[in-house]
Design a protein around this ligand. Structure first.
Ligand code: NI
Length: 181
């Protein structure tokens, strides 16, 4: 496995709609390795999620996992989830606003608005169709990662840019668990 180089805001790959992964391609060693490398890269940078465009691959693949997160210390743990060709089946009208950051928007946090609950249909890494329902922080992470597959970043989900905050100032003024949700 290897740690992959991450793409940063301004790289056109982050603004493209990622391509669907055909079933035969999903089973190929190169895609299986990409998935392993994405998981390792996410762990290396203490991320809670990573989408393929963030490692310069315009493909509909996202990984997420929350395990005693250093970047989001108050976040509940979420077991490793690998989403291939994910599609929203539902998104609640009820929204929540919480602080988000992104490995592609390094050094910043901002408050983004998201649906509180989502249901997603996807293929797992073996190509089996699966569904996941999520609420609260895991739902936010799923929406953040699926946005990457649609060429969007969390800045697009901010009501305005007034909460855009350097990470240092975030830690100094805003890092309180009750600010989440
Ligand atoms: Ni991101």
């Amino acid at each position: 496995m290897s740690i992959l180089k991450t793409s940063k805001l301004g790289n056109p790959v982050l603004r493209q709609i990622a391509k669907e992964v055909p079933l035969a391609e999903l089973k190929s060693p190169s895609i299986q390795k990409l998935i392993d490398d994405m998981v390792e890269t996410m762990h290396e940078y203490d991320g809670v999620g990573l989408a393929a465009p963030q490692v310069h691959e315009s493909k509909q693949i996202a990984v997420l996992e929350v395990h005693n997160s250093k970047r989001y210390p108050w976040a509940p743990n979420v077991p490793l989830l690998i989403l291939v060709n994910p599609v929203f089946l539902s998104k609640s009208d009820e929204t929540i606003e919480g602080w988000e950051g992104c490995l592609s928007v390094e050094g910043f946090r901002g408050k983004a608005t998201r649906s509180k609950k989502v249901t997603v249909r996807f293929l797992d890494r073996k190509g089996r169709e699966q569904r996941v329902e999520a609420e609260g922080f895991p739902a936010v992470v799923i929406q953040h990662e699926l946005d990457h597959l649609a060429g969007k970043v969390f800045l697009d989900r901010m009501r305005d840019l007034s909460t855009l905050t350097h990470l240092k100032e975030y830690e100094r003024f805003w890092m309180k668990p009750q600010d989440e949700e």
